[in-house]
Every structure is written in structure tokens, then in C-alpha cells.
Design a protein around this ligand. Structure first.
Ligand code: ZN
Length: 157
């Protein structure tokens, strides 16, 4: 399999027209990171930084992106973590796992939606059982994620 095992951060104001492989272009202005897919397929991967998208950790030398990057939209469907400038290839997700991940993403974004937060009065309209269902859905997804993380950390040891 083509691809690389490390990535180097480059802090930029604007992203250049041609991207280099193995470089993560970090734009604080646009709060996003862009890099070429680490499998070597040449697709551009944009990871927006926000509380509900990706979080970037920079220790002065290397970067870590959380959570993992799943390129389900590309043919390669590659899935990897960027941790301390290293590319940790992760197992590909099944279609079901991708759907669940997307559902969780939508759920998470809803919780963070500021327009919904400020209108707390209108919350009374939502039926309690719907909220409960969502919490259950969230919990089971979180359990699965936790299991995955455990497996992931095990294979690092
Ligand atoms: Zn790829």
C-alpha cells in the first residue's frame, strides 16, 4: 500500500494551490487543516476545527488531530489518526459503522447548535421519549467508540 507514515505541520495563512504530500497545512484564520489523503490517493482532506468537528493539539513540535480521519467519501475509504505527526492507520469502517458515526455527528452538532440553545423555551415542544431515545442512541454509539478506542490503544502497545 502506498502512503506515508508521518506528516509535518505547516502553519499557513492561506492554503497553496498545490499541496505537498506529507504536509498538514494548518490555517488558524480559517480554523481548518488540509492535507493530502495519507493513503497516497491524492485527494484533499479538509478537517474543519470546531468543538463538534476536529480538535487540533499542537505541542510546539508536532500535531495531533482528534478524532480520527475517515475518508468515506473517497474511493480509498482510508481511515487513520494523526498523532504526534505520525499516521496511525486504522481499520476501515463498515457501511453500518459509517452510518452510525454520521448519526452521532448529527446528534453532537444538534447539542451544540447555538440557535437551539438560546431558545430553551421552545424545547418544551419536543417529546420526552424522543430525547431519551437520542440519549440511548448516543450511549450505544459512545460505547462502541470506546471499544474501538480500546482496541486501537491495545494495538499500539
Ligand atoms: Zn486516500
Amino acid at each position: 500500500m502506498k502512503g506515508h507514515t508521518s506528516i509535518e505541520p505547516r502553519f499557513v495563512k492561506s492554503v497553496p494551490a498545490t499541496l505537498e504530500e506529507g504536509v498538514a497545512y494548518v490555517s488558524m484564520e480559517y480554523a481548518s487543516v488540509i492535507h493530502l489523503c495519507c493513503c497516497g490517493c491524492g485527494n484533499e482532506v479538509v478537517t474543519p476545527l470546531s468543538p463538534t468537528d476536529w480538535q487540533l493539539y499542537f505541542d510546539g513540535d508536532s500535531i495531533t488531530l482528534y478524532p480520527s480521519i475517515g475518508n468515506w467519501g473517497f474511493d480509498c475509504r482510508s481511515h487513520y489518526w494523526i498523532r504526534g505527526n505520525r499516521i496511525e492507520h486504522a481499520p476501515q469502517w463498515t457501511d453500518q459503522e459509517i452510518d452510525e458515526g454520521r448519526a452521532y455527528d448529527r446528534w453532537l452538532k444538534k447539542q451544540y447548535d447555538p440557535s437551539k440553545r438560546s431558545t430553551s423555551k421552545s424545547r418544551k415542544v419536543s417529546k420526552p421519549f424522543q430525547i431519551e431515545d437520542k440519549i440511548k442512541e448516543h450511549e450505544s454509539l459512545w460505547e462502541k467508540t470506546a471499544k474501538k478506542l480500546k482496541g486501537f490503544f491495545k494495538c499500539l502497545l
